[in-house]
Design a protein around this ligand. Structure first.
Ligand SMILES: [Fe+2]
Length: 352
């Protein structure tokens, strides 16, 4: 909804909240569609503005509301304006070996991030509904991860220089995928063992592409090690936890998050609580425990106060995190509090 001056009201607008005067007298009820007479009445009343419904108030789900919001439309335009410069820099590097200017890459992130840093809709949620054409998906992947690094980097207590390093890790870590056939990278079904073996070469391709650039060594190691896992079952070297670079450990978590939440033409964005549930299922051994728990806890905190629908249709709001069961917070439906960690047959189906 949007606060509109009574002088700017137009017939056909719908009132989003009861409009009352200073004594509490109801002037126009929520849900009223304004006509000329009602507008005249409001113009001579003591109130100067009222809440009017916007396009986003007419659509049913959280992500659909984001798609039609003015904030997202502005974000989309800023993103695409900067995407072209980023794509040109990446193509020049991959095809002509022209080293990217890291300050330019960081500036692209700033250009997209800064205008929306304090917006009501987070960049994480806007990236989840941002439509990318198939031909740009691989390029967008690096930019989007760099943006997620910028947003979440502060959660890991990184200083300013380390945060810049993490953002650059986002740009470079998967760059080796550009060396592989697109049919394999975007194959919708299961990969054959030969295809999987080829796919698993991409961290080495990434490392080889960037090894001679004058960039922080952590960026190179994050590219090489981002598919290593703390349980020793990663690739390409099956490194144990103590040998995996710390930036690679953070990037591996953000990479998995981006894969689950990025835009897909064939499905709606996954509910963030479903994403957290998937992480919780088998993440504890695979990822660095401290980074992993920090990431999930902070991710859940992003949604405190949000309205959700449970699988039985109950509409409620999230009030409290359960640290032992992060995908199952405490929710409130009217005057009832529901602890989802104790009611295992109920779960959050979607944000509304
Ligand atoms: Fe990768």
């Amino acid at each position: 909804m949007e606060l509109i001056a009574t002088a700017a009201l137009q017939p056909g607008m719908e009132v989003a909240e009861d409009a009352v005067d200073y004594k509490g007298n109801l002037l126009v009820k929520k849900g009223t569609t304004l006509d000329k007479l009602t507008i005249q009445k409001l113009l001579i009343s003591p109130i100067k503005c009222i809440q009017i419904k916007e396009a986003e108030d007419y659509v049913p789900t959280y992500f659909e509301k984001i798609k039609v919001s003015k904030t997202f439309q502005q974000f989309e335009s800023v993103y695409h304006a900067n995407f072209t410069a980023y794509k040109v820099a990446l193509d020049s590097f991959i095809l002509k070996k022209v080293p990217p200017n890291n300050n330019d890459l960081l500036q692209i992130v700033e250009n997209i991030f800064t205008p929306f840093e304090r917006s009501r809709i987070t960049i994480l949620d806007m990236l989840a509904v941002l439509k990318i054409t198939d031909s740009d998906l691989l390029y967008a992947h690096g930019l989007n991860v760099a943006l997620i690094c910028k947003y979440t980097g502060k959660w890991f207590s990184l200083d300013d220089e380390e945060l810049k390093t993490l953002i650059l890790c986002g740009f470079y870590y998967d760059i080796g995928k550009h060396k592989l056939p697109r049919e394999i990278i975007f194959k919708p079904g299961k990969l054959t063992s030969e295809e999987l073996a080829l796919m698993r070469t991409h961290p080495v391709h990434s490392y080889n592409l960037i090894q001679n650039l004058s960039i922080d060594i952590n960026i190179k190691l994050a590219a090489l090690m981002h598919h290593e896992r703390c349980d020793g079952n990663g690739y390409p070297q099956k490194l144990s936890a103590d040998r995996i670079n710390r930036f690679a450990k953070i990037i591996s978590i953000i990479d998995a998050y981006e894969a689950m939440t990025s835009y897909r033409a064939y499905r709606d964005p996954l509910c963030p609580f479903k994403v957290i549930e998937i992480f919780e299922k088998d993440g504890l051994e695979r990822y660095d425990v401290a980074y992993y728990l920090t990431f999930l806890e902070r991710m859940v905190e992003e949604y405190i106060g949000k309205e959700v629908m449970l699988n039985d249709g109950t509409e409620c709001s999230i009030v409290l995190i359960n640290k032992q069961d992060l995908s199952r917070p405490m929710v409130r439906a009217g005057n009832d509090y529901i602890d989802l960690s104790r009611e295992k047959n109920r779960y959050i189906e979607k944000l509304i």
